[in-house]
Design a protein around this ligand. Sequence first.
Ligand SMILES: Cc1cc2nc3c(=O)[nH]c(=O)nc-3n(C[C@H](O)[C@H](O)[C@H](O)COP(=O)(O)O)c2cc1C
Length: 335
Amino acid sequence: MSVDLSTTYLGMNLANPVVVSACPMSAELDQLQRLEEAGVSAAVFPSLFEEQIEHEGDELSRVYDFHTDSFAESLTYFPDQKDFHTGPGEYLETIAAAKKAVRIPIIASLNGSSHGGWIRYAKMMQDAGADALELNIYFVAADPDMTGRGVESRYLELVSAVKESISIPLAVKIGPYFSAMANMGVQLSDAGADGLVLFNRFFQPDIDLETLEARPQLHLSTPSELMIPLRWIAILHGRIRASLAASGGIHDATGLVKILLAGADVGMIASVLYRKGVAEAGRILADLRHWLEDHEYESVEQLKGSMSLENSPDPTAFQRGNYMKTLTSYVGKDI
Ligand SMILES: Cc1cc2nc3c(=O)[nH]c(=O)nc-3n(C[C@H](O)[C@H](O)[C@H](O)COP(=O)(O)O)c2cc1C
């Protein structure tokens, strides 16, 4: 039996649901070609950051001054000028080069948090040939005077502004820390997001006890992180116009199958590629095909969302259900 692995994401027909998540590997053209050979159906470029764009206009020091007046936290949040390796011009050139080097769709990534001139790069990425744009909104609401409603408005205004400036599809990548996550998903979709990428990882600062400096750490993910996107994708599937991408903790076909059952249109992978190499994408795809064959599914479409909150035999499992029972029945078997 031949299984149909195709899926749709952001209105694009993709050969299968394995997409490279935003990371530097996608913008290394030799790696990108190897990823395409391994079978991935699309790749998200690493982000071009708001700060990089402001820096290009020699405005970084102004941004620094503005923010350091506002929050002590921003002293560590903003990277040093020397940390910017790739300028915006080079970023756009790499999109154009990638479009010549591979046939899979290229999704550019713009990363920021404030409404400003940097969002003009959305259109420039489109003009450079990007098939779609992922807007990663990474905002740390450190101001005690800022309300949850204020944070939500900030996200929605940014999404509307970027959406107005482009005609290619727009995905919005966010973190999971909203008090009304499902409603925020609906609002983002209504504001113009054609897709949601769930979730962005917040790199939490740690304290170095020798230097007494606070430093964000980049750790590769573990499969247990999948449970956060799994819950929210299951909750949102079928109840929102935007398509859904899962990011965080997909390390093998098992994770991919689970996230598709929950209702994702695609599963994005990054850490597993860094840990095991580019060829792992091919293994995940082969294992997905075998799983579908073994369980007599004809297509990925048939699988998608069949365990979502709407379709699950026990929808309460994605909400508060079993919470108390899980805690009280624990017998310490891991000790
Ligand atoms: C080395 C590395 C660089 C990354 N760079 C970006 C980035 O530029 N923009 C972005 O939105 N996410 C970035 N991410 C986050 C990934 O796209 C992804 O959301 C996250 O790693 C969770 O997926 P995973 O469990 O498959 O790694 C990066 C991740 C890694 C490991």
